[in-house]
Design a protein around this ligand. Structure first.
Ligand code: SF4
Length: 358
């Protein structure tokens, strides 16, 4: 029975994850364990729902359609996870839940599961989902027991959320709770936006992200491209192309780690308020003066396509010893010259800069 539940309530069942946006992904893998290199560095992560049904009405979500009331008790799930962990089959746990009953009851069960695990010696990565409308005390308890907590925005504004998830109050149930999450777990909380389900533009996503980084500073924002699921009210809604999520991850890095302002990214949007299917960093750099790799400050190197934070730091360290002489020389800093070389010059301080076109 436990095996069957694990199969149904994990990536081996119908859903990858639960809660805003995450439970919309149809299940592809036939295994309990989702391999996730980013998941707190823990490698193989068990992503599982405590309850596989939900009383909420998010229009894009298949959990709401589940008739079979399949759920784990905290003790039961903790035991199943510990067995997998001790056998070396999993290195971390991402625990979420459909809201099968009262939100407070489900939050208590999520926290209790984490507490049981810690009491029984589990010291690995634990991510607990905070449910919309969760009580402050439960958010505090979740933050105490988990490495990371998250509450998902799903949409970019109250109106957009109202069009796809009528039960949830964007300001009260999500933004207010997210502010508590940020207080309890600064720098260790994340969120997610479902792209396209509510027909928002990228201009709206950008405004939402700028607000997020100004107010609550999530350590990561995840983007899920909407996929229509049979039997849901959005079954005939067009899917969002996967590249839109990819472009948003690139744009988000620029905002978060590369010092690019939201206003600058706005210039990349087309007249309808959408990103083109092109790396926004490349779009921003196109038409700008080339950057001299031997003299430019870190912030300018960072804005060069093909150079990330590590590459910029290596360039700064290596050029003190020996200037870079051409695109092929960038390999010394672990930077691919074929991309970055198009936006760089290689003169010394006294050399006139000339743009290299490869
Ligand atoms: S809260 Fe919404 S997205 Fe989460 S499981 Fe329930 S219906 Fe699905």
């Amino acid at each position: 029975m436990q095996e069957q539940k694990l199969t149904r309530l994990t990536a081996a069942g119908r859903f990858d994850l639960c809660c805003p946006g995450e439970c919309i992904r149809p299940l592809l893998a036939a295994h309990h364990v989702t391999y996730n290199r980013r998941a707190g560095g823990c490698g193989r992560m068990l992503k599982v729902l405590l309850n596989g049904t939900c009383s909420y009405d998010c229009a894009y979500c298949a959990v709401r359609l589940e008739r079979e009331r399949l759920s784990f008790a905290p003790e039961e799930l903790a035991g199943a996870f510990l067995r997998l962990w001790r056998e070396g089959l999993v290195g971390g746990l991402f625990l979420s839940s459909g809201i099968a009953r009262d939100v407070d009851c489900v939050m208590h069960d999520l926290v209790e599961t984490g507490e049981i695990l810690r009491r029984r010696g589990y010291d690995g990565y634990l991510h607990l989902k905070i449910l919309p409308g969760a009580a402050r005390v439960d958010i505090h308890d979740a933050a105490c027991v988990a490495d990371r907590i998250s509450i998902n925005l799903e949409a970019t504004s109250p109106d957009r959320l109202g069009s796809i998830a009528g039960v949830k109050d964007y300001r009260q149930d999500i933004l207010k709770r997210q502010a508590w999450v940020a207080e309890e777990k600064p720098d260790r909380h994340t969120t997610q936006i479902v792209l396209g389900a509510a027909d928002e533009t990228d201009a709206e996503v950008l405004a939402c992200l700028a607000d997020q980084y100004r107010r609550v500073r999530p350590s990561r924002v995840y983007f899920a491209a909407f996929r229509a699921l049979p039997g849901t009210p959005l079954a005939s809604h067009p899917d969002t192309p996967a590249w839109r999520a990819r472009r948003w991850y690139q744009a988000d890095y620029l905002l978060r780690d590369y010092g690019v302002a939201a206003d600058e990214l706005r210039a990349v949007l087309d007249e309808k308020g959408f990103f083109p299917n092109r790396d926004p960093k490349e779009v921003l750099a196109t038409g700008q003066s080339p950057v001299n790799v031997n003299t430019a400050p870190r912030c300018d190197l960072l804005r060069t396509p093909g150079i990330g934070p590590k590459g910029a730091d290596r360039i700064l360290a290596l050029r003190r010893k020996r200037p870079f002489t051409g695109p092929a020389d960038l390999g010394r800093a672990g930077v691919r010259g074929t991309t970055a070389g198009r936006y760089l010059t290689f003169g010394g301080r006294e050399t006139v800069q000339t743009r290299l076109c490869l």
